[in-house]
Design a protein around this ligand. Structure first.
Ligand SMILES: [Cu+2]
Length: 105
């Protein structure tokens, strides 16, 4: 196979998902989410960064948006894909005061 043809196909495959889904970064710092409200589109991903020196545990219990990302150590990332529209409050299982409202359009 022609090499430039192969490179072209690879680039198309790599760039395809980026055109439709966005990544949103949410920080966990000082035992708070930042931002504390976020509107995204269905298909988008939220990357949760732990910028604290304590562990966190991101989870949600809403209808159609149930997930638990597990214990997350400092300086690590977890991520979740939001596939269907809705509104939810995402919390930390370790720090009950931590919450972020997410609207998926
Ligand atoms: Cu926490």
């Amino acid at each position: 196979m022609n090499i430039s043809y192969g490179v072209c196909i690879s680039l198309m495959l790599l760039s395809a998902p980026i055109a439709f889904a966005k990544e949103h970064v949410v920080s966990q710092k000082g035992k708070q989410f930042a931002p504390e409200e976020l509107t995204i589109s269905a298909g988008d991903t939220i990357v949760f960064k732990n910028d604290d020196d304590t562990s966190h545990n991101v989870f949600a219990t809403g209808e159609g948006s149930k997930f638990n990302l597990g214990i997350q150590k400092p300086a690590t990332e977890t991520r979740h894909d939001f596939t269907s529209p809705g509104e939810m409050t995402i919390r930390c299982a370790i720090h009950p005061k931590m919450k972020i409202k997410v609207v998926v359009k």
